[in-house]
Design a protein around this ligand. Structure first.
Ligand code: NAG
Ligand code: NAG
Ligand code: NAG
Ligand code: NAG
Ligand code: NAG
Ligand code: NAG
Length: 551
């Protein structure tokens, strides 16, 4: 059974629930009073719509349709909505995906390569662990050829021409983290519209999706709403999970050009400039490196009819952030979708052979390679941001920091490869952080990881100094403030936090103990956040008694 209807609250139900939540907030808990206690910069304040109004709340300057003027849409006799075009397109695509399923057993890989560090100078042999290559090459190559030929015949390009924005996916426990990332994005002054995908109606949180996110220029998209319309041979709605979500979300976003951000990634500077500059302007796809070498099997290059990539050419991809233009790379996205659809059994093992982080990460860049499309892979290595754990120099991994692609491109286009000779130029500034360990979700191990070996609280991002310097400012403080604001204003709202108490207090306690003291825990080697980045007021305690009556 595909059981759709009972899992899909109708629009009407959502509106009724939302109205109830709003009224409850107004009359019982005095929203404005709460907001006064937690004053955010004007443009970041969560504003509530007049409860009698049907309009979504907005804040000055945000524009749901995109920040660039739209080209006038061509109107045909009966123009289809974007959603209808996407559903029709996906149905055709899905037929081709099914028709070109790999007609053979999956790769047999005893063991795995684990992580092999990248070395741009000394070529190591490409790992080769697949033992049943003979029974795979012919059939998989034929299926790959067939799929590539088929997608070239698909005519429609279901996205809004000329639009640009930011896409993420953040259902369930990722939503609190995403809210903090989104607020960090807005602190940079970025006004691009944001589309955040949740997998299905279970993950659709009415208050978050209809009030909190729109107030920050973001809106929820339900992936399942379109995927449920497309049924497989057994008449089951197609299901996509985990790492498969990203390529479907990219396809079903309305934007032509976009920055993808995992829920735990955010920029340190306004990212819009990246969409107007090289390398993105000329390549239409920019990806960032992982710590590890590219460990695709030689068999993959045979199947996709590409020359084997030298091991020194580039790292594996870390796909927490990516820039993609559908105008240049629509077919790339379709082939990446194919790789991810058959990812868990076939293409992920072919592309990574069990390396750390095996999943969708390499599918985008490799798909472009298979289609002969140009991409830019940032050469500057990703660096680890660490926390000091004891008094004897032990540090622990906290986050990944990625470089400014414009500065990286400037160097590589002059044949200056810092990856081969770091002394050839200064390291470019850090542009994005991927805050993966811990994630800034108060209900995870966030506070636990602030403890040193002796139980003393300690900041999470203070080592190594040469990496923190490249931030340009002390980023951890605003991130804590934003995560605390999110926790204390939405503590009783997030569905994944339903039965948990004391989160706001825990966040405030850490702030009080550690970061609020101007004389302690100061990173003397970085500046404060630049004034134009809209510093936020110090968090203040809120009274924690309200139950916001969340459905
Ligand atoms: C949003 O942008 C479009 C295209 O530039 C424009 O026509 C529309 O008026 C804008 N809407 C708002 C609310 O600013
Ligand atoms: C979008 O742009 C493409 C390529 O320029 C063009 O072929 C197509 O007709 C445009 N679609 C709409 C709806 O304007
Ligand atoms: C790839 O194809 C070449 C040429 O046909 C062949 O020599 C090689 O063994 C193949 N590699 C793998 C891993 O099957
Ligand atoms: C690189 O940066 C330098 C210094 O800002 C500039 O003069 C040069 O034009 C840039 N080169 C490229 C290829 O962007
Ligand atoms: C919270 O508790 C209720 C009642 O015990 C339970 O039904 C619900 O699944 C819990 N929610 C979460 C997110 O754990
Ligand atoms: C944090 O500090 C404020 C002001 O100094 C104090 O009122 C509040 O009780 C503290 N909260 C926690 C949880 O430590």
């Amino acid at each position: 059974m595909n059981g759709l209807p009972q899992h899909r609250p109708g629009r009407r139900a959502i509106v009724i629930i939302l109205a109830a939540v709003l009224l409850a907030n107004f009359y019982l808990f005095g929203w404005n009073r709460r907001n006064d206690l937690w004053t955010a910069p004007a443009h970041l304040q969560i504003s509530l719509p007049d409860s009698s109004s049907k309009e979504s709340p907005t804040i000055a300057g945000y524009n749901e349709t995109g920040s660039k003027p739209e080209e006038p849409e061509a109107h045909f006799s009966a123009p289809l909505s974007l959603e209808d075009r996407q559903a029709a397109f996906l149905r055709n695509l899905y037929t081709q995906i099914e028709e070109h399923a790999p007609p053979c057993p999956p790769p047999n890989i005893p063991g795995s390569v684990d992580g092999i560090g990248f070395d741009a100078v000394n070529a190591m042999p490409r790992p080769s662990l697949i033992i049943n290559t003979d029974e795979l090459q012919g059939p998989m190559q034929k299926a790959h050829d067939g799929f590539v030929a088929a997608i070239k015949t698909l005519r429609d390009r279901p996205y809004n021409n000329g639009t640009r924005g930011i896409i993420s996916s953040a259902g369930g426990e990722y939503m609190p983290t995403f809210m903090a990332s989104l607020r960090m994005l807005r602190r940079t002054g970025c006004k691009l519209p944001v589309e955040v995908f949740v997998t299905d109606w279970h993950e659709y949180e009415p208050y978050i999706c209809e009030v909190a996110l729109p107030a920050l220029g973001a809106k929820c998209k339900v992936l399942g709403e379109i995927l449920d319309l497309i049924h497989d041979r057994n008449d089951e709605a197609i299901k996509v999970e985990h790492f498969q979500i990203k390529s479907f979300a990219m396809l079903l976003s309305s934007f032509e050009s976009f920055l993808w951000m995992d829920a735990d990634c955010f920029p340190l500077h306004d990212p819009e400039i990246l969409l107007d500059s090289d390398p993105f302007s000329s390549r239409g796809l920019v990806a960032w490196p992982d710590f590890w070498a590219n460990t695709a099997s030689a068999l993959y290059f045979n199947i996709s009819r590409q020359p084997e990539l030298p091991m020194t050419a580039r790292q594996s991809t870390e796909s927490g952030i990516m820039l993609i233009s559908k105008r240049n790379h629509f077919l790339t996205l379709l082939l990446a979708t194919y790789y991810n659809y058959y990812g868990p059994d076939y293409y992920w093992p072919l592309l990574d052979q069990g390396s750390y982080g095996q999943g969708d990460k390499d599918t985008f860049v490799q798909a472009a390679g298979a289609l002969g499309a140009d991409v830019y892979t940032v050469s500057e290595p990703v660096v680890a941001v660490e926390r000091n754990y004891d008094d004897w120099g032990t540090n622990q991994f906290s986050a990944m920091a990625q470089a400014d692609p414009m500065l990286d491109y400037n160097l590589t286009s002059q044949s200056k490869w810092r990856v081969k000779n770091p002394s050839i130029a200064k390291a470019p500034r850090i542009f994005f952080l991927h805050a993966s360990n811990p994630k800034f979700n108060a209900a995870t191990d966030l506070l636990e990881k602030t403890q040193r070996y002796d139980g003393e609280p300690n900041r999470l991002w203070n080592r190594p100094e040469e990496v923190i310097r490249r931030f340009g400012y002390d980023v951890e403080k605003p991130y804590w403030k934003e995560a605390t604001t999110v926790t204390c204003t939405l503590e009783h709202v997030f569905s994944s936090w339903q039965n948990i108490t004391g989160l706001c207090e825990g966040m405030q306690h850490f702030w009080n103990e550690t970061l609020s003291d101007p004389n302690a825990n100061v990173l003397h080697f970085t500046d404060d956040e630049p004034a134009h980045d809209m510093p936020i007021e110090e968090p203040q305690p809120t009274d924690d008694s309200g139950d916001w009556g969340v459905p």
